[in-house]
Structures are given as C-alpha cells and as structure tokens.
Design a protein around this ligand. Sequence first.
Ligand code: UDP
Ligand code: MN
Length: 313
Amino acid sequence: VGSIAAYTAYKNKKLCFKPRVTDQAFVTLATDDVYCQGALVLGQSLRNNNTSRKLAVLITPEVSSGIRSVLRSVFDEVIEVDVLDSTDSVHLALMQRPELGVTFTKLHCWTLTHYSKCVFMDADTLVLCNVDELFDREEFSAAPDSGWPDCFNSGVFVFRPSLKTYNRLLQFAAEHGSFDGKGQGVRKEVQDSSHAITEYRGGDQGLLNSFFSNWATADIGKHLPFLYNLSSSSVYTYVPAFNHFGRDAKVVHFLGATKPWNYKYNLQTKRVTEDGTTSGSFNQLSFLALWWNIYSASILPLLEKLQKMQESE
Ligand code: UDP
Ligand code: MN
C-alpha cells in the first residue's frame, strides 16, 4: 500500500496534477431546463480549463429528471433548492416581494456551508482559461458593472457560505427589496389558469449591491478586474479598449435578453448564423461560436445519449 501511495504521489508530481481542493467550489444556478444548457456549457468550460475546485449547480424542482442526470455528469454536485422549503416567515416575505423571484434562489448559494469559499457564476457565463486564482479573493469580490461601474455585476462573485449571512440577506431582502427588480429586469408573462401574472427576473444585482454597499469604496482588493466578467456587449460599446485588452479576457458574460442558446448555429460551418435581429460584431460572434463549440462538442452528445435512453424505455 505504501509503495502504491508513493508511486501515485510520484506520478501526480510528474504529471503536474493539481491537488483537488474539496472545500471550495464554483457554483451556478439554473431554474429550468433552458438555463441548464448554459450551466452545462459553463461547467464544461471550467472542466476544459482544468479547475482544481468542485463544481456545484443549484436547481429548482422544475428541472426535469433527464437534464438532472446530464448535469450530474458535468457537476460534482446537483443541489435542489426549493423556495417552499423556506421557513414560513421567509416565504411570506417573498410573496410580498414578487420582484425577487429568481433572486431568492440565487441567495441559496450562501447555504452551501460544506464549502469554505465559493465563486458564483451566472449560467450565461463562459470561462476562457483557468480562473482558480479567484479563490485568493475574499467575500465580497466582484467586477464592476459595465452599465453603472459604481455597482458590481452580480454575474461573477466570490463569497463565503454562511447561514448567518444567508439569514441577514433574506431579512434585508424582505425589508428593502431590490432597486433593480421591478420594471428593470426582463419580464416573463406567465399564464395562470385564471389570469396572467408577471414574473420578474433579475433583482439580485440591486439587492446584493445594497447589501454589500461599501464595495465601491472600501477595498480595491474586492474589485475583480473587468476581464473576469466581460459583458459581451462591451465588445462594441468600447471598441478600442476591447481591441487593446480583449485578448486577456478570462470570463465572458452573455448578459441581456438574448442568450447564446437563443441563436442558431450551423454544425457544419461551426458558425453562429447572424439573423436579422442579431447585430453582433465579429468578436461578439466569436465568443458565441466558442459557446456553441463547447455545446456541440461536449453537451449535445450527452443530450443525445439521454434521448436514446428515454426512447428505449
Ligand atoms: N436564472 C435562472 N432562471 C431564470 C433566470 C435566471 O436560473 O429564469 C439564473 C441563471 O443562473 C442566470 C442568472 O440567474 O444566469 C441571472 O440571470 P440572467 O443571466 O438572465 O441575467 P443577466 O445577466 O442577463 O442580467
Ligand atoms: Mn447573466
């Protein structure tokens, strides 16, 4: 046994295997099968770049069992969070704040206390290289938002799971709500049997900025470089900067209403087809093509395998 251990240690050293850090994780969120496509590509992009951290995805009961099994082949942990599991007072507060919707689910990441530190990443982000150095940062670290740089963008952030912080966040949410929830976020009309209700998405950014309100001024160490959360729109809003710095991009964030999975992709030419509604620049399209390359090379085969299994049942 001793010699096997010694041999393994020798081999690991020789092959430069990084030791796996089991108490730190990248965490994402997907509340339905559509957002799961994004989560899967993100998870695969972290794997492709040899992360030494665990990968965890938060899902809600809506996610189908088939997609869950696919998620399990990419992520170390698939964790179902159910808003209805919350305590009565929390649930009550949530019902009075319809603008919080998905936000509330995102906050669940603070309950992952079996990890000492995590990096949250939106399901519409993609890593372009190994970004494990993010774990050198402290809570709460995030990159500036391209629309309002005194606010951070909540698509990528470093945090420390803690039930104390989680409860303080919930209480804060119930008392103050979120300044970017209602009206500003993308609205989804959901048809109820009796009436149309409007489900608000977004809102987590406003809430988190109000809660971690000294982010802009207190500690520059908690400002992640913009390259760790490059909004795909910056490619054309500040072209010279993109041309100068863009090659060092580490994480792309496809924020906004049109997500990579909403585009069409030609499997033969490996190009994203530019339809009438797409005003993407060359670079934006190349980020989209990167997303689609990972999707078609690694995720589609898993989905096809799932489909075959379901058909033979
Ligand atoms: N999200 C989700 N389901 C939704 C909306 C959002 O799971 O219906 C999660 C997902 O991880 C997503 C994040 O919440 O990336 C933030 O939403 P989104 O990325 O759509 O907002 P944006 O970055 O465009 O402001
Ligand atoms: Mn996003």
